[in-house]
Write a protein that binds this ligand. Sequence first.
Ligand SMILES: Nc1ncnc2c1ncn2[C@@H]1O[C@H](COP(=O)(O)OP(=O)(O)OP(=O)(O)O)[C@@H](O)[C@H]1O
Ligand SMILES: [Mg+2]
Length: 413
Amino acid sequence: METNIFDKFVSQKTLFKNKEHLRHNFRPQRLPHREEEIEKISYNLWEALKGHIPSNMTLYGVTGAGKTAVTDYVCHHLRAKGETMGRQVESIMVNCRQIDTQYRVLSHIGNSLLEDFEQDEIPFTGWPTDRVFNELIRRMDRRGGVFVIVLDEIDHLVRKAGDDLLYNLTNMNSSLKTARACVIGISNDLKFTDFLDPRVRSRLGQLDVLFRPYDAEQLQDILRQRAQEGLDAEAIGPGVIELCAALAAQEHGDARCALDLLRISAEKAEQAGDDAVNQNHVRIAQSQIESDQMTPVIATLPSQQKLVLASILLNEQNGLRNVQTGQVYDIYRQACQHIRQNPLTQRRISGLISNLDMLGLVTARTVSKGRYGRSKEINSCIPANVDVRTIMSTAEEEMHVVFNANYHHQTSL
Ligand SMILES: Nc1ncnc2c1ncn2[C@@H]1O[C@H](COP(=O)(O)OP(=O)(O)OP(=O)(O)O)[C@@H](O)[C@H]1O
Ligand SMILES: [Mg+2]
């Protein structure tokens, strides 16, 4: 009988009780360490259940601090309470990274209010924005009640398309006849309101809620609670939750990162046929995550940045660490010759090295050389499991030539 490549998985023991519980978009029963934020937001939205207009809100905090999860959780409870109390309350969440123009946000909200018997969707493009807005108002009034409009990752839209949308949405109650609306903006950029017209800023910022980053202990509680549902109790070895939490806390207290680490560690353990996740699996998962994050950054570097990074790596391959800008420039110039390109000036290259430093691909430390002035000490900081040569050569064929050419190396001064 023909064997099937999936057979081995069928008989494999799984460590997961329910993997969905460890995914980002799963809504957990409880959100530990966000009680205060939940209290503040729900106290404000309670107004909606009384038929009044809640204050507009802005929620801030670093990535992975639970802003989206908390808002989704509170809105879920709000809708459920609305149903049991017989109150018309709706919440509509829009991700402004995906839906990133005023037209699309308005039409998306409008189309989510389409009744079953209706077919006239607001088209993807083509109507004047006024018409979309008026249609939205009409549909909201027809349904009545209080609408909570959540604009997640709002800073993206404001940066791209300005604040017209926020102006219109925060001014909606003057156009609505029977319905009422409030707006919740969510951002991980604390300064995004600097881009707003002062009127919009004051209307949107009636109530601010700041989400602080989680510390390692809080992340442990979050992971334990999610792991209880997601993994078999015996599948978690000693110190695993603590290590995942500590690594994520080092980043900036990102719960998403902690969850990913735990889920991928369990996958690694499962693939290896082990009975439980141990700290070694966590380290393997961590380096895979690092490599997955770094690969697209390296692949999409502009050509000149790639050449500079390659020049630093070529120096290192030759045994040189703590290289100076001049040494990088020397190899860079030779690389340009190999691929018949005009080199940029050393000054420009110095700027490109600083960019690579900002991206976390190299470290460029300025050191004082006494009366010889100051110079940079440059080292790459890409983990060993990331194959930079292949990534760059796959993204740009010329890089293959750069890596395989011969170079004349200066010695360190
Ligand atoms: N207190 C918590 N308890 C359980 N899970 C949490 C908690 N906080 C965050 N999470 C989980 O961590 C992940 C990231 O959280 P969330 O998406 O809410 O972050 P965010 O603040 O919206 O980040 P970003 O600014 O990147 O959008 C989600 O999967 C969420 O379910
Ligand atoms: Mg979010």
